[in-house]
Design a protein around this ligand. Structure first.
Ligand code: G4P
Length: 521
């Protein structure tokens, strides 16, 4: 491939994830984006699949019947010259550490906010992961066809709750039954609200036919936005400190196309990735990539797994041989899969930003590097702070060996995080981000290791590592417990943040850190 074609191909890539609280409209928006990209032909296709995937009891049954295809990890579609990779961040009951890990493979994020609700808990958590990596975040305020909060209030909410500055690209006039449409700041134009149109006409704002009070609102918004809103700062956008904000209604398909076009234009191409010896840039010719997710096949007849690899640099070609530095092995990649909106297909080539699925018989771990150039190892993947804890026990003690092996292997794979009692003892504590991880654990322990386990959920929701200072005297607090992580570092589990605050008050010198925070201490 000629160098210029290659550069074009790299620059065309856009890899992003959508972060939102359940019910804000992520699925509806995804569906509309796929329609624009021509990846699906009718509305309802994504929704129908999601509906099935969400019924928890059905989940494993579906996995069993259909292999891994239910939990779609990435959807690729073309749009106006871009090669768009939309990463799926499972929410609802599917929420888990994988949701966070997926964000590690994205170059930017779309934050969907319900206009009536503002920033909600799950959005906050997902946003923190984006913030830590300084990825650009573009906001879509959804459901303007319903009664929504005042847009100024929504901007203030984002700034206050997320410590994120905002730059409205467009601005709604009214909402719900009074929703008039969108004022586009750059053009000074107005787009009248209509349902289910692919694109609607924009007219100069001053010609918009609005009732008097709406006209006053528009004039006021124009003046205020020009005077009081944050100025545009490209660098702040690219480093995730200023979020461009679009408004609309995913369901009514209003404002969505403007958003998609605007977002793709604003977001950068594939990002470089850190290694111990500096960055690997996407334009570098040698192929490299990293594993960000491993999906076990729930079908007992096919015990293989799929490792999802994000391409960082170079071009991936089917059949190529790559180095797996952690094991020191060379592997030939014969059957890589790519994920289109409807199906998995065998991938022939892939570029930076693309995701490929590799058949995995147990070799891969989350964060692993694959490369054709010896000496590259990407920075380790962080673990994310668990919020649900349980004590795990073996139902029939005869299977102790298999139990230990299963817990060890599934911890290594990244399904669960393991903790131990402070004094040596038989107890094993597990932590997860989402409860589905426990369901999958029980199922896989039974299927793959032949072991039945009992999980006793503990009342704790926060975990912090002791960075320095003395161990707190937990004995005096019945709402906390002291345990060790896999590296022997002491960890405090507490029922809530208040309990943690009290422990800190009563223990001078105690310094606690997030489990995910690997900095000093
Ligand atoms: P999620 O993936 O973020 O969880 O949200 P999802 O798209 O499933 O949307 C949650 C609910 O909000 C759905 O209603 C959906 O139709 C509705 N919704 C999404 N976007 C808009 C919008 O722009 N305006 C309005 N008014 N509603 C919107 P539901 O009743 O739960 O499901 P359904 O019966 O409509 O499918």
């Amino acid at each position: 491939m000629a160098a210029s074609d290659w550069q074009t191909e790299v620059a065309r890539g856009r890899t992003f994830a959508i972060i939102s609280h359940p019910d804000a409209g992520k699925t509806t928006l995804t569906e509309k984006l796929l329609l624009f990209g021509g990846a699906i032909r009718e509305a309802g296709a994504v929704k129908a699949r999601r509906a099935q995937a969400h019924a928890r009891s059905d989940w494993m049954e579906i996995e069993r019947q259909r292999g891994i295809s239910v939990t779609t990890t990435v959807l690729q579609f073309p749009f106006e010259g871009y090669r768009v990779n939309l990463l799926d961040t499972p929410g609802h009951q599917d929420f888990g550490e994988d949701t966070y890990r997926t964000l590690m493979a994205a170059d930017s994020a779309v934050m969907v906010i319900d206009g009536a609700k503002g920033v909600q808990a799950q959005t906050r958590k997902l946003y923190q992961v984006c913030r830590r990596r300084a990825v650009p975040v573009v906001t879509f305020v959804n459901k303007l066809d319903r009664e929504s909060k005042d847009p100024w209030e929504l901007m203030a909410d984002i700034e206050r709750q997320l410590d994120l500055l905002t730059y409205p690209i467009n601005w709604p006039i009214g909402s719900g039954a009074q929703f008039q449409g969108l004022y586009h700041r750059d053009e000074g134009s107005f787009e009248t609200f209509q349902r289910t149109t692919r694109s609607s006409r924009r007219i100069p704002a001053r010609e918009a036919e609005l009732a008097d009070d709406h006209r006053a609102t528009l004039a006021e918004a124009e003046a205020l936005l020009n005077g009081a809103a944050e100025p545009w700062d490209d660098e702040a956008v690219q480093s995730g400190l200023l979020s461009p904000v679009f408004f609309g209604s995913a369901m009514a398909n209003f404002g969505v196309e403007t958003f998609l076009r605007g977002f793709l234009g604003l977001s950068a191409g594939p990002m470089p990735r850190a290694t111990a010896d500096g960055e690997v840039r996407p334009e570098q010719a040698d192929f490299s990539g990293f594993v960000f997710k491993i999906q076990a096949n729930m079908n007992p007849a096919h015990r293989d797994r799929v490792a999802f690899v994000r391409v960082v640099s170079g071009m991936f070609e089917r059949g190529m041989t790559v180095l797996h530095p952690r094991s020191g092995r060379s592997i030939r990649l014969n059957q890589p899969q790519q994920f289109l909106a409807q199906d998995r297909t065998i991938v022939e080539t892939a570029y930076p930003g693309d995701i490929i699925g590799l058949h995995d018989n147990g070799l891969f771990r989350i964060g692993d590097t694959l490369t054709v150039r010896p000496g590259i190892t990407f920075a380790a993947f962080p673990r994310f702070t668990p919020e649900i804890f349980a004590e795990v026990e073996l139902k029939y003690t005869l299977k102790h060996k298999q139990f230990q092996r299963g817990i060890r292997e599934l911890t290594e794979e990244g399904l669960i995080q393991r903790f131990l009692p402070l004094e040596d003892g038989p107890e094993v504590y597990l932590g997860v981000v989402g409860s589905l991880q426990f369901d999958v654990l029980s199922y896989r322990m039974q299927q793959e290791y032949g072991v039945d386990i009992t999980l006793r959920t503990l009342p704790y929701t926060v975990a912090r590592r002791i960075a320095s200072g003395p161990d707190p005297e937990i004995g005096r607090f019945d709402r906390a417990r002291l345990i060790r992580d896999a590296d022997g570092r002491h960890v405090v589990l507490a029922e809530d943040l208040r309990t943690l605050d009290r422990l800190l008050e009563k223990t001078p010198g105690l310094i606690l850190r997030e489990l995910a925070d690997e900095s000093a201490g």
